[in-house]
Each structure stands twice: as C-alpha cells, then as structure tokens.
Design a protein around this ligand. Structure first.
Ligand code: ATP
Ligand code: MG
Length: 342
C-alpha cells in the first residue's frame, strides 16, 4: 500500500541574522492511510516547521534546499500556491493548532465559520443555508451540547476546550485525508485533554483520516498513536511502533524523554534532561545529542550517526546500535592515526 504522505530527505532552513538555522534536516517519514503518527521532541526540535512545510505555510524566511513531500503521490513542494489553496489546504489536509483562542475569528459566529469551510470545500456551488444542517451535525459529533443554539454564538462564548472541539469540527467537516494536529491539547487542562484525545480517536475511526500528531509530551502520544518518530535538533533520531518504542526505547534521547514522564521511572522525583537543544545555526560536529548524552564516546563527537533500521519497523540514529557504521568509522580512525604516526 502506498503511503498517504511520504517525506523524503527534507531539509528546511530559516535565514537569520546569524546565518542559516537548520530547523529540519534530512527527514524521512511515511504516514499510511488511517494511521495516527506521533512526532515528539523538545521545544525547538523542528516539529512545527515540519508540520508547516507539509501545508506550505512556512514564513518567507524559510527555504527548502532539499527534499520532497509526496502527498497522494504529488510533490507538495512543486505545487503552486493556487493548487495548494484550491485542492489541498483545508480540504485534503487540515490543521489544528495549539491555541484555539487565535484560530477562530472573533467577529463571526461559530456556525458561520463552520459553514464557510463547507462552502469553499464545495467550490461555492451549494448555498450556505443548505449547509447549515451538516455544520450542526458536525458540532454534535464533536460533543458540543445544544449545537443548534451554539451554532449562533460567537467564539468568546465558548470555553477553551469547547473552542478546540469547534476547531476539530472545522478540521473534520471537509473530510480531510490528513490532519496535522500541532500540540492541540497543550493549552487545556488534563481532563479536557483526555476528552479531546478520545474524540480524535473516534473521529479517525469514523472518517479514516490519518493524523500527524505533534507534541513535546510522549505521554500524550502513547494514548493515541500507532507509530512515533522522535525528533531532536531537526533530525529524526528514532522511529518505531508506539508499543515498541515504550517497551524498548533505543536512543539515549528517547530514554531520557521517557524518564521525564510521571509514572514511568520508579524514582519519586521527576527527571529532567540536563542541557538544551543545540544552536541550530551552529550544530556540534558529530551527533547532535552528544553534549547531553550519558553514553557519548569519542566517535560520536566526530561522526554523525545515520538513521538506520535496527530491527523490523524500528529505526535509530545512534552508534550504540550500529556496529557496522561504528567499525567503519573506527577503521577510518586508525588510518588517520597511522598517517599521523608516520
Ligand atoms: P515547540 O515545541 O516550542 O513548538 P518546535 O519543535 O515546534 O518547538 P519549531 O517551531 O519548528 O520547533 O522551531 C525549530 C527551530 O526553528 C527553532 O530553533 C526556532 O527558533 C527556529 N524557527 C522557527 N520559526 C522561525 C522563523 N520564522 N525564523 C527563524 N527561525 C525560526
Ligand atoms: Mg511547535
């Protein structure tokens, strides 16, 4: 089966006063039909940049020097803004963001905004009044009680959790093939978060939509995802089926993220990962995680490990699991030493 979304060797960089900042580097990932795919990493690891690249919403300061983003076998990067607008964004691919406060227009009624999505999805061919019932149905599906009444209200009359439900209604009403959910529950309290996650799962089951779920919280993705990719300093350092990642985390960064989860480690005090994501204008030579890694050895400071399949459906970019690469590099080392000695 072909993947719905297939990202190949994608690099995204921002032009800054201090030169180029490499936010996404050589990323490869695939999302299948109906799959919930989690993208996890600390703040600044490049998750949102990757999400925005998929719907061509990167700011003008961003450049894509390399890579392809195949969605239904068409490379998004090569499509015109007009094609993206008419055929992809908000239709085939929807997006839900962290802060529902800013995503709804305060001057229009919630119902009007929902109907608008359908109106444009149908290329303005169906009258707005004939779309009202579908919009109300969708509000009901997302758990808004008394939807007929709520349809006539303005965003400020909704709580944060209800606004996020409305945004999910807006995202799903056009029956997209892919939803990019960028930290959709971070601004909500844990009870509402759990409800929204359960709702997402229901909607995926009903509509067969695939989701790219972006979050810094491994705990959240464990609840709903089929597969997870862990991102660090713009690169994917590990990817696996969700259960495999939790049962046998490989990369020291993944292990460190897991230790930070409440309930995962037996220690009473929550762990934190010392240090921070490196400066993307000036990444360290070798493995990006090396300065914070307990297992870092000489080779890691010199060479960058590539993402390789360690076992079926479980890839990792770390020399600890890549004997072949390690040995190759060590042979190189010896040669250099021989030359120096000569
Ligand atoms: P968070 O969890 O905080 O949302 P993130 O993983 O989504 O973080 P991004 O927002 O993709 O990270 O940022 C990745 C890197 O790109 C960061 O170093 C950030 O400073 C940089 N960056 C993001 N947007 C811009 C921009 N418009 N101009 C310059 N640099 C940017
Ligand atoms: Mg982000």
């Amino acid at each position: 089966m072909n993947a719905l979304l297939s990202i190949e060797d994608l690099t995204v960089q921002y032009r800054t006063r201090n030169g180029y900042s490499l936010a996404v580097e050589d990323v490869n990932l695939e999302i299948k039909n109906g799959e919930i795919f989690g993208l996890v990493g600390e703040s600044g690891s490049g998750k949102s940049t990757l999400g925005k690249a998929i719907v061509k919403l990167l700011p003008v300061s961003a450049e894509i020097p390399a890579g392809k983003i195949f969605f239904k076998n068409r490379d998004i990067i090569t499509l015109s803004e007009q094609t993206i607008n008419n055929e992809i964004r908000g239709k085939e691919i929807s997006m839900v963001l962290q802060n529902p406060q800013n995503a709804l227009n305060p001057v229009f009624k919630v119902g009007t905004q929902l109907v608008d999505v359908l109106y444009f999805k149908n290329n303005k061919k169906i009258k707005r009044k004939n779309l009202k019932q579908d919009a109300i149905e969708m509000l009901k599906k997302t758990g808004i009680s008394d939807p007929e009444y709520r349809f006539e209200e303005y965003p400020h009359q909704f709580s944060g959790g209800m606004k996020q439900r409305v945004l999910l209604a807006m995202a799903f009403i056009s029956h997209p093939s892919l939803l990019i959910a960028d930290e959709p529950t971070t601004a909500l309290d844990v009870t509402i978060e759990a409800q929204i996650l359960a709702l997402l799962k229901d909607l995926v089951r009903e509509y067969g939509t695939s989701i790219l779920y972006i979050t810094h919280d491994l705990g959240v993705v464990s609840e709903i995802t089929d597969r997870i990719a862990v991102m660090y300093a713009g690169k994917i350092v590990e990817s696996a089926k969700t259960d495999d990642l939790f049962d046998e985390p490989l990369h020291p960064y993944t292990k460190a993220l897991l230790k930070c989860l409440p309930g995962y480690s037996s220690k009473e005090q929550l762990a934190t990962i010392p240090g921070q994501v490196p400066n993307l204008n000036n990444k360290p030579t070798g493995c990006n995680f090396c300065p914070r890694c307990d297992y870092c050895f000489a080779l890691c400071q010199k060479e960058e490990p590539r993402l390789r399949e360690y076992k079926a459906d479980h890839s990792v970019a770390c020399f600890l699991y890549n004997q072949e690469e390690k040995e190759e590099a060590e042979v190189e080392d010896e040669k250099v030493n021989e030359k120096e000695g000569a």
